[in-house]
Write a protein that binds this ligand. Structure first.
Ligand SMILES: C[S@@+](CC[C@H](N)C(=O)[O-])C[C@H]1O[C@@H](n2cnc3c(N)ncnc32)[C@H](O)[C@@H]1O
Length: 290
């Protein structure tokens, strides 16, 4: 995955202070971000948008946010838009985040998958990879190496590059069990750990925009799409959940963030437990609720 360097070639103009964003300029950017990536930038986010785009505005030598906006819209390659969305997304994540999901996988779900030849989980909106590697370690604890696959996707190329590199400063590895550090990481330097090559080989990273039609040719027994839809408005959430449901196998699980209840949106999934849903399986049992 290559960084969008050709779009950012214009040398920075250090003598030029970045312009202030005007309300109409914010509105244009807001509408563009919502239409292309589902990001729901509320009116109060003007300062945040200004701060996050300032580097691109200044780096491109633009005299105003409007000039910058027009260059993004005019760029037929889509690279300028990707860089804008990159700058606007929040990639916060951590290892073992919302850990009850992983406990549930271990205690309830893994045994339902016994007898399979391969398990592939989709981490949709994987950010910088902590969720991906947490899932990989968990699966590797339970299954032989050749059975484990993870599809990791995000709209942010910057986050994907980080995840793919799989190199984490020691401070971000606090909280990772010691056995996992020993088994699944290599100490790259005194300050950083890198996920071991055999685990990295189980994961594919790919840019995928969840608000566009999903083109998977396969379905998944579990999808993690956590703390992503929180940034979408309700109609977008509904479309995304319906798209994700279509990518699940019958009986497959959808994990969302605990702040992302699906109660107010239309979908075809069964509630299992907080932030866990399941696609009905006409041939199988109903899921057991704890
Ligand atoms: C807060 S992070 C969540 C990371 C991880 N799932 C977790 O729960 O720790 C949200 C991620 O969603 C991604 N995202 C936002 N809009 C998206 C879209 N339209 N398609 C795909 N990913 C998107 C962002 O780039 C960001 O990396």
């Amino acid at each position: 995955m290559t960084r969008n360097s050709d779009w950012q070639v214009t040398p920075p103009a250090p003598m030029n202070p970045a312009p202030e964003i005007q309300p109409q300029e914010f509105e244009e950017i807001r509408v563009l971000a919502r239409r292309t990536s589902g990001l729901d930038l509320q009116p109060g986010k003007q300062e945040l948008v200004s701060a996050r785009l300032r580097r691109l505005v200044r780096g491109g030598g633009f005299r105003s946010f409007r000039e910058y906006y027009h260059s993004v819209v005019a760029d037929a390659t889509g690279k300028a838009l990707a860089a804008m969305i990159d700058a606007l997304t929040t990639n916060h994540t951590s290892f073992l985040r919302e850990s009850d999901h992983f406990e549930f996988l271990k205690s309830e779900v893994f045994r339902q998958w016994s007898g399979r030849r391969q398990i592939e989980i989709w981490s949709a909106g994987c950010a910088t990879g902590a969720e991906v590697w947490t899932l990989a370690f968990l699966l590797n604890d339970a299954l032989p190496t050749h059975m484990v696959r993870i599809a990791a996707t995000d709209i942010s190329t910057r986050a994907l590059e980080f995840g793919q590199r799989a190199l984490y400063p020691v401070s971000r590895c606090e909280g990772i069990p010691r056995e996992w550090l020993a088994r699944y990481f290599v100490a790259e330097s005194p300050d950083a750990y890198r996920v071991a090559p055999r685990v990295r080989a189980q994961v594919t990273f790919e840019r995928l925009n969840l608000v566009q039609p999903l083109a998977w040719r396969r379905s998944f027994p579990a999808i993690f799409c956590r703390n992503v839809m929180i940034y979408f408005d309700r109609p977008t959430q509904e479309r995304v959940v319906q798209g994700l449901a279509a990518c699940l196998e019958p009986g497959g699980y959808l994990f969302v963030g605990h702040a992302e209840s699906l109660t107010r949106i239309a979908h075809s999934l069964e509630y299992v437990r907080p932030a866990v849903y399941r696609k009905p399986d006409p041939r199988g049992e109903k899921c057991s609720r704890p």
